[in-house]
Each structure stands twice: as structure tokens, then as C-alpha cells.
Design a protein around this ligand. Structure first.
Ligand code: NAP
Length: 237
């Protein structure tokens, strides 16, 4: 069922091959958006856009830690639709280990994906948003971007950085009529969560809690800028 304020919008989503990004791609499409989806596993993306009845070109292979590939994602969306209304910087990786384990490769991967990937996305879409004097940036933060999680020093650091980036963008981009949402999920059902925590059972929110929050923010009229949404499973502190 189409949703007022979503219908006809072009929404670029990074990290749409699984988890929160994939659910958002589904729910936003149902609500009437045209999504352009990016991730490294392009086969999964191709299957997704086929299911949505969207052009094959809406599935874009991208490693967000590579600036030129993020640029290509944005340019592909512009070539397809001539405009972008929303950029969802959602791709992210999480590895938890004590700092003294010195898992430097994982630190690099998290910083490159979770922080640089978001900055590259912003940089690539900004000229278009400024020209249109319109646009919305949605950054996926985390509750651990508000308080540090044990054994998650680097992951938490990347999400603290996202909060700083979102707030800084909100301030700087106001004159261009660009809206910025920082969304902070607690544990939410996804492939990524299962990989990070294995069989350890913990309460989780459904991934639609995330997409519902996105739909709420995107469907607001242009003069309403939703800046912060935090949610967590009811059963967790
Ligand atoms: N689920 C939770 O509990 C939770 C809580 C708080 C915040 N988050 C955040 O939510 C976001 C989505 O996570 P998720 O839980 O949905 O995990 P997920 O199921 O693992 O999804 C992560 C997505 O990011 C993509 N990705 C990873 N590295 C990438 C790269 N270098 N370039 C492009 N795409 C990349 C993955 O696709 P490919 O592997 O195909 O590239 C996948 O589509 C992340 O930013 C995560 O930090 C999740």
C-alpha cells in the first residue's frame, strides 16, 4: 500500500543485501518508493530488484569503503531516475573483541566501512541535494553509539562518529534545506546480528522496527526534519 510522502521518491540504500537495509528496501518499495540498492553481494541485490519489478541497473555492486564505487552508486541512481530524494547510509560491519586482542584488520574494516563509507556517501550526493535545495540523509547509528559496549571499543567508536557526523551535517546543511536523520537501533533481527553474536540468545526488535522508523521520517512533509530516532527491544535496558 503506497504511503503519502514516500510514493515516487528515489531512495538509495547502502547495505541492502541483508538485514535492516534489505527490509527497508522491501518496505519502502511497498510504500511506493523507487529504491536503488547497493552492497558487495550484487547477486542478492539483483534478485531483490527483480522481485520488486525494478530495472536491473537499480542493483549496484558497491564497496562503500571505496570512494569511486560510492560515487558510481550515486551517479547510477541519477542516470536512472534523474534525481535522488533520500540517501540511506546503512552499510556497516560489527566485530566484537577485547582491545587487547589487537584485531587490527577488523578495526580497519569497521572504520573504513562504518565511518568513511558514510562520509563518501554524503560527499557523493551533496552536489545534487544542494542543486535541488532538497534531500534527506539517513545514517544508521546504534544504541552503542550512545554508550560504549564492552568488547566493542572500535565498533562503538564508529557509531559515536556517526552521531557526530549526523549532528554536524544537520547544522551545516540547514541552509540547503537538507534533512538529516540519525537512527539508533538496539539489537535488531538481522544476518549481521546473528554473525556477530552467534547462537547467544538475546531479545531483538524485528527489522521492521527499523524500516517503520525510516518510513515515518521520510514521509514527513518537507518542512519537518526528524533528527533522532532510538529504539530497542522492550525487554532490554
Ligand atoms: N542489527 C542490529 O542489531 C543493529 C543494531 C544497531 C546498528 N546496526 C547497524 O545497522 C546497519 C545494518 O546492519 P545489519 O544488522 O542489517 O547487518 P547485516 O545483515 O550484516 O547487513 C549489513 C549490510 O551492509 C553491507 N555491507 C557491509 N560491508 C559493506 C561494504 N564494505 N560495502 C558495501 N556494503 C557493505 C552488507 O552487504 P554485503 O556483505 O553484500 O556487502 C549488508 O547488506 C549497520 O550499519 C549496523 O552497524 C545494526
Amino acid at each position: 500500500m503506497s504511503v503519502k510522502g514516500i510514493e515516487g521518491k528515489v531512495i538509495v540504500i547502502t547495505g541492502a543485501s541483508s538485514g535492516l537495509g534489505e527490509t527497508s528496501a522491501h518496505e519502502l518499495t511497498k510504500a511506493g518508493a523507487k529504491v536503488v540498492v547497493g552492497a558487495r553481494r550484487v547477486d542478492k541485490l539483483r534478485a531483490l530488484v527483480k522481485e520488486f519489478g525494478l530495472p536491473e541497473e537499480s542493483a549496484v555492486e558497491v564497496d562503500v569503503s571505496k570512494q569511486e564505487q560510492v560515487e558510481n552508486l550515486i551517479q547510477t541512481a541519477l542516470k536512472l531516475y534523474g534525481k535522488i530524494d533520500v540517501l540511506m547510509n546503512n552499510a556497516g560491519v560489527a566485530t566484537f573483541s577485547p582491545i587487547e586482542a589487537g584485531d587490527v584488520d577488523a578495526w580497519d574494516r569497521m572504520i573504513d566501512t562504518n565511518v568513511k563509507g558514510v562520509l563518501y556517501g554524503v560527499n557523493a550526493v551533496l552536489p545534487h541535494f544542494k542543486e535541488r535545495k532538497s534531500g534527506q540523509i539517513i545514517n544508521t547509528c546504534s544504541v552503542v553509539g550512545h554508550s560504549v559496549m564492552r568488547n566493542g571499543v572500535v565498533y562503538s567508536s564508529t557509531k559515536f562518529a556517526i552521531r557526530a557526523i549526523s549532528e554536524g551535517l544537520r547544522q551545516e546543511l540547514k541552509p540547503h534545506n537538507i534533512r538529516v536523520l540519525n537512527i539508533s537501533p538496539g539489537p535488531t533481527e538481522s544476518e549481521g546480528l546473528r554473525v556477530a553474536f552467534g547462537e547467544a540468545s538475546m531479545p531483538t526488535a524485528p527489522s521492521t522496527a527499523f524500516s517503520d522508523a525510516v518510513i515515518y521520517a521520510v514521509s514527513q512533509p518537507e518542512n519537518v526534519d526528524i533528527n533522532e530516532i532510538t529504539f530497542r527491544p522492550t525487554a532490554l535496558d
